[in-house]
Design a binder for this molecule. Sequence first.
Ligand SMILES: [Zn+2]
Ligand SMILES: [Zn+2]
Ligand SMILES: [Zn+2]
Ligand SMILES: [Zn+2]
Ligand SMILES: [Zn+2]
Length: 139
Amino acid sequence: MCTYYYLHRHHLPTCSRTIDYVMQYGFCEQATVDPSTGMALPCDNICFDHDQSVDYNDPCAMGGCTESPDCSSGACRLAELNGMWICCECHRGGNVYRWCDHRMRSSPDTLCYHVCCKNCQPDGMGLQVDLSMPNPVAY
Ligand SMILES: [Zn+2]
Ligand SMILES: [Zn+2]
Ligand SMILES: [Zn+2]
Ligand SMILES: [Zn+2]
Ligand SMILES: [Zn+2]
């Protein structure tokens, strides 16, 4: 008999998202493997594991607090910034990755690599960027 339960993941304090709940399986010997993905699949006898699962009213009660990988990687902040942002370190906009790919003025061989943070501003043009127009600076 396979089981499933939920874990919780925290977002960082500056992130406006609430806790994520992630489903996890506990597999038994009857579990199979999906040949196309290589992922384990639970057998037909699957039941909810209350003891392992998080309490939605008090998710931290059992411990097991982990940081959301989306948050630590900057993916949350990128989504908050509507996918385009102005770097707070080098003050240049048009960034569409989680990190700034502008070249450093001091050393042009090096990219800024600043990961978007709470000080970075959304680039007002959004994804429909029109390079012929000057960038409005939204504060
Ligand atoms: Zn099973
Ligand atoms: Zn917690
Ligand atoms: Zn987050
Ligand atoms: Zn930068
Ligand atoms: Zn920043």
